[in-house]
Every structure is written in C-alpha cells, then in structure tokens.
Design a protein around this ligand. Structure first.
Ligand code: HEC
Ligand code: HEC
Ligand code: HEC
Ligand code: HEC
Ligand code: HEC
Ligand code: HEC
Length: 439
C-alpha cells in the first residue's frame, strides 16, 4: 500500500475544501433568496400580530367552557345571540359587562338595564377571573364564528384534508396585499436611507484624503473571504446543519393534524352523552370491538333515544330536529371526519381494543369531556411505534396470534426458571414490522 506524502494529503484536503466551498456558494445564493422571502414573511407576520388579533382558539375554548351553557353565536339560548355584539357595544363596555354584569346594571347603564329587563332579569354569571385578553379572545371567536356560521352549516364530509383549525378573522387576501405593499414601501425607505448613509461616509472619506469605498472593492473583499476554504467550510456546515434540521421538522409535520377540530353539522356533544349521561362508547361506535373501523353512528341509532327526547338543555329543539329530518328523509348526516390515517396505513380497532386491551382515551384523549371532538394524538408513525415499543402484552389473556404468543409464553416461563423476568412488548410480537402497518 502506498502512503500519501504530506503534500498529497494537503492537496486532497484543499480539493475537498474547494468542493465544500463551491457547494457553499450555491447554498448561499439559494439561502439569500430564501432569506429575502423569509424576511418578508416575518415582517408581514409581525404586522399581522401587532394588530392585536385575538387568539381565536383560546376564545373558542373559553366560550365553550364558560359561555356556551347560556349563549350561542347565532341564536338565542338563555342569553341573547352574540353575533354582531362588537357593533352593539364597545370593547371597554363588554369587558366590564362580562367580568361582572350585575355591577354594570347597578351603575344604571341604560343599555344594561334594558337588556336585563328584556331577559326577565336573569342574572348572567360573573367572570372576575377572565383577563382583558381572555375576553378579547372570546370576542374574537364570536366575531369569527358569526362570519363563518353561514358557510359552516353546509360543511360536508369532504373536509378531512384541510388542517385549518380556525379560519383567520378577516379577509386575509386583502390583508396580505396591504401588508405586502406596506412592507415593500418600508424596505424601500430603509434601502434609500442606507444609500444616503453610504454617500455621506464616502464624502467624509474623500475629505480626509482617503479612497472612497466602492462596490467592486467591497464585493472583492467579501469574495476573498468566502474563498478562504476554512471560513467557507464552516459556514457551509452551519447552514447545512440548521437547514436540514429545519427541513426535517417541517417535513415530518406535513399531513399530521393534531388538534384538528372541524365544526360538525349537528352540535353533538360527547361531554353530554358519554360524560354526563354515561352512554357507552360502543353503543354508538358499534364497530369498535368487532372490526377495523369504529364507525360513526347513523341517525337511527340517535333516534333510539331522540324519538322521545325532543329538547336538549343547550339548543332546545333546534339541533335535535336536524336528526329527525335526516332520519325521515333517509339522508345520512354528513359528519366531518376528524381522524384520518393515510390510505397506505393499516390500523385496526378490534386488534387494539379487544386483543390489545387499550382504552379509547389512551389514543383519543378525554373524549367524555369534549363538547366537540378534536384530534388528541398526532397519529404519526413515531406515535404508533413508541407505543408498540413500550406496551407490554399480557400473553396469557391474549389469544390473538396463538402460535406467536405460545412461543413467548414458553420463553417467559424459561426465563422465570432462570430467575429472570422478561417483558413482552408489542414490538416483540412483530409490531415494528413495516408490513404489519403498511399494505
Ligand atoms: C348563566 C347564563 C349565562 C352565562 C354562563 C353567560 N351569560 Fe352572557 N348573558 C346572559 C343573559 C341572561 C344575558 C342577558 C342580560 C341579562 O339578563 O343580564 C346575557 C347577556 C350577555 C351580553 C350582552 C348581549 C347583548 O346583546 O347586548 C354579552 C356580551 C354576554 N352576555 C357575554 C357573555 C360571555 C362572553 C359569557 C362567557 C364568558 C357569558 N355571557 C356567559 C346569560 C349568561
Ligand atoms: C350517542 C352516541 C355516541 C357515543 C355514546 C359516543 N360517540 Fe363518539 N361520536 C359520535 C358521533 C355522532 C360522532 C361524529 C361527530 C363528532 O365528531 O362529534 C362521534 C365521533 C367520535 C370520534 C371522532 C371520529 C372522527 O371523525 O375521527 C371519536 C374519536 C369518538 N367519537 C370517540 C368516542 C369515545 C371514546 C366514546 C366513549 C367515551 C364515544 N365516542 C361515545 C357518537 C357517539
Ligand atoms: C342513549 C340515548 C341517546 C342516544 C343514543 C343519543 N342521544 Fe342525544 N341526547 C340524549 C340525552 C339524554 C340528551 C339530553 C336531554 C336533556 O338533558 O334534556 C340528549 C341531547 C342531545 C342534543 C341536544 C343538546 C343540547 O344541549 O341541546 C343533541 C343535539 C343530541 N342529543 C344529538 C344526538 C345525536 C346526533 C345522536 C346520535 C349520534 C344522539 N344524540 C344519540 C340521549 C341520547
Ligand atoms: C391504539 C389507539 C386507538 C385506540 C385505543 C382507539 N382508537 Fe379510535 N382511532 C385510532 C386511529 C389511529 C384512528 C384513525 C383510523 C383511520 O383513519 O383509519 C381512529 C379512529 C376512530 C374513529 C373514527 C373513524 C372510524 O374508525 O370509524 C372513531 C369513531 C374512533 N376511533 C372511536 C374509538 C373508540 C370508541 C375507541 C375505544 C373503544 C377507540 N377509538 C380506541 C386510534 C385508536
Ligand atoms: C396506546 C398504544 C398503541 C398505539 C398508540 C398503537 N398501537 Fe398498535 N398495538 C398496540 C397493542 C397493545 C397491540 C397488540 C395487540 C395484540 O396483542 O395482538 C398492537 C398491535 C398492532 C398491530 C398488530 C401487530 C402484530 O404483531 O400483528 C398493528 C398492525 C398495529 N398495532 C398498528 C398500529 C398503528 C398503525 C398505529 C398507529 C396509527 C398503532 N398501532 C398505534 C398498541 C398501540
Ligand atoms: C406500528 C405501525 C407502523 C409500522 C410498524 C411502520 N409504519 Fe410507517 N407509517 C405508519 C403511520 C401511521 C404512518 C403515517 C404517518 C403520517 O400520517 O404521516 C407511516 C408513514 C410512513 C411513511 C411515509 C412518510 C411519513 O413519515 O409520513 C413511510 C415512508 C413509512 N411509513 C415507512 C415505513 C417503513 C420502511 C417501516 C418499517 C421499518 C414502517 N414504516 C413501519 C405506521 C407504521
């Protein structure tokens, strides 16, 4: 074997660094483009949020938790429909009212007294613990909900693909356009200032008898610096490292919809049915113990009870009548699907609930507390695999794969004889094999 001399080594190193440096140059030019775009987006976002847009998601949570027992957006419940409230009263009044409506009434505020009498002097709960921001969030949610309610009544089952949890509160296209224009103007102004400063500096330098800075000179020093292979190499490394981690995290989140909570065509509440009334999950999700799919109940299952129960505590007859209409016309309710694995993944409920002994809540979260269902787990491959690695299978009770299990029972017994305790996880039974989950 021939040994490389020190010079040869140096040459190879130099070639290598040159290669790195040219990759770096290309990356740099791409990054430059990206940075310019990113900067624009960042500035736009900054403007977007500095206009104090309400956190609609928080507002929605607060509204369903605190207000929905008495208010709806587009209909009268115990209290008035709240759509358009921001035009009826100003924000300061609303904050005072929502914190403690009795105080506003006591102060003799004419509007407050009038509405209090209109609603037969029913007292609205006081919410002294809500911050100004919380209340603004609630109002933001009401506003958005009012704008959407017309559209959402026609929401159909096809919407499973969109990941939008909430729609932006205003017409975003115009907003984006305006932001784009302002950003452009600001950038232009900044550039103009920079040029002015440069000219002034050069004037000063020539007065002092020094050579003024020039474009070509600056570019040349920059270029020299970049040609230094060590500098070029390390910068490339940093850029590639940061870039690839960013790319990977971004790519991994594509197609995952954790938290997805679409608006459903009928205000069906799991909190009421599964929580307060304790109706068993499989009364409605009849497939969950005997098939791959849990299934969503058809209207005739609802009618088992709603033939007799015609009025609900929150919406009166309005929502329940919708079920009747679907039932009588034989038209299925178009529930918007929330959980949706890609077609190339095989998941089976029976296997998990019956053979695996898993609770619904492990995967779906506290469904019995949800007014509206949302996607609790991210349903990523990592999520499935992690659980398969960690979950121990009770081989004695489980006869799903008799032969495999028998083998493991034997292994376990043998280990016991040697005084060892072995844990048998789903992974040990083949739960990490690609073909088990992928067609
Ligand atoms: C216990 C029932 C109840 C709860 C809970 C409740 N409200 Fe009310 N609300 C009322 C009633 C009743 C009125 C009508 C005025 C009155 O009788 O005091 C009202 C009036 C209002 C008004 C004035 C409406 C108008 O048209 O001028 C606003 C705004 C309002 N509520 C917001 C809220 C918000 C926001 C929440 C949740 C944080 C909430 N309310 C929770 C019962 C309730
Ligand atoms: C009275 C009938 C009923 C009962 C009881 C019930 N559900 Fe549901 N469930 C529904 C209906 C209707 C839907 C579709 C509308 C929705 O998403 O709210 C649904 C939707 C769901 C979804 C989301 C489905 C999707 O689109 O991805 C999950 C998860 C779920 N239920 C779990 C449970 C669990 C867990 C329990 C028991 C704690 C339970 N359900 C009890 C009727 C019921
Ligand atoms: C096992 C009986 C049972 C079944 C099945 C059932 N419900 Fe209910 N539902 C109830 C009860 C009980 C109430 C509450 C009545 C009350 O408190 O006054 C209710 C109330 C409601 C309300 C009114 C909520 C409100 O706050 O106004 C809606 C809407 C509703 N159910 C939808 C459905 C739908 C959709 C299905 C089928 C997927 C369904 N229910 C199946 C028993 C049932
Ligand atoms: C091991 C995790 C896990 C457990 C346990 C589990 N689910 Fe699911 N569930 C899922 C996944 C994943 C999906 C999405 C399936 C798909 O898109 O094919 C889903 C979808 C659903 C759906 C809607 C789509 C369908 O299959 O019809 C309902 C309803 C549902 N689950 C109800 C339940 C109920 C009720 C239980 C408890 C008896 C339960 N699930 C237990 C993971 C689980
Ligand atoms: C909460 C834990 C948990 C999660 C999350 C989970 N699983 Fe499982 N899985 C189990 C258990 C437990 C079994 C073992 C059932 C048995 O004993 O046969 C199992 C078994 C399986 C099997 C059969 C394995 C075999 O050896 O044949 C498949 C396929 C599977 N799971 C797919 C999935 C997919 C796809 C997901 C994600 C969408 C998922 N699982 C998420 C707990 C989980
Ligand atoms: C326990 C179930 C399970 C096993 C075992 C499993 N996968 Fe997956 N895989 C999934 C799920 C669920 C998804 C969908 C995740 C999503 O929606 O992005 C997925 C997605 C993928 C994707 C699409 C890219 C992505 O990340 O979204 C590829 C490629 C893939 N799996 C390859 C494999 C290979 C190769 C193996 C074997 C080493 C394997 N999977 C084993 C459940 C599994």
């Amino acid at each position: 074997m021939k040994k490389f001399g020190i010079e040869k080594k140096y040459l190879i190193l130099q070639r290598f660094l040159k290669l790195v440096s040219s990759i770096h140059m290309i990356t740099l030019s791409i990054i430059k483009k990206l940075i310019i775009q990113k900067a624009l987006v960042a500035v736009m976002l900054f403007f977007c949020f500095s206009q104090s847009f309400a956190d609609v998601e928080n507002g929605k949570k607060l509204f369903s938790g605190r207000c929905a027992s008495c208010h709806a957006v587009d209909k009268k419940v115990v209290g008035p429909a709240l759509a358009g409230i921001e035009t009826r009263r100003d924000e300061a009044w609303l904050i005072k009212w929502i914190r403690n409506s009795s105080e506003v009434i006591k102060s003799g505020d004419a509007y407050a007294v009038k509405i209090f009498n209109e609603y037969n002097k029913s007292v609205m709960t006081a919410f002294p613990d809500l911050s100004d921001d919380d209340i603004k969030d609630i109002l933001g949610y009401i506003k958005e909900e009012a704008a959407n309610s017309g559209k959402d009544n026609q929401a159909s089952a096809g919407g499973g693909g969109s990941s939008g949890v909430s729609q932006p509160p205003v017409d975003t296209d115009t907003l984006k356009f305006l932001l784009f224009v302002t950003t452009g103007l600001l950038l232009f102004a900044a550039l103009a200032l920079l040029f002015a400063a440069a000219i002034l500096i050069n004037v000063l330098r020539s007065r002092e008898g020094k050579e003024p800075y020039s474009w070509s000179g600056t570019m040349k020093t920059m270029g020299d610096l970049m040609k230094n292979p060590y500098i070029a190499g390390s910068i490339t490394f940093v850029i590639l490292a940061v870039g690839s981690t960013k790319l990977v995290t971004h790519a991994r989140s594509v197609g995952l919809h954790q938290g997805y909570q679409p608006i459903q065509p009928i205000a069906f509440s799991h909190k009421l049915h599964a929580g307060e009334y304790g109706i068993a999950c499989n009364y409605c999700h009849v497939g969950v113990e005997k098939s791959k799919s849990a299934t969503i109940p058809s209207a005739n299952i609802c009618m088992n009870c709603h033939n007799y129960i015609e009025k609900g505590p929150q919406y009166g007859t309005k929502e329940i009548e919708k079920i009747k209409k679907h039932y009588e016309q034989g038209k299925p309710v178009e529930w918007v699907r929330i959980h949706n694995l890609p077609d190339f993944v095989y998941f089976n409920h029976q296997q998990h609930v019956v053979a695996g002994g898993q609770q619904c809540q492990t995967c779906h979260g506290p469904i019995e507390e949800m007014e509206e269902v949302y996607q609790y787990s991210d349903l990523s491959m990592g999520w499935c695999i992690n659980c398969h690695r960690q979950t121990e299978v009770d081989v004695n009770k489980n006869d799903y794969y008799t032969t495999v299990h028998n083998e493991w029972v034997e292994k376990k017994e043998n280990a016991k004889k040697e005084g060892k305790e072995i844990k048998i996880t789903v992974a040990d039974l083949g739960g990490l094999e690609c073909a088990k989950c992928h067609y």
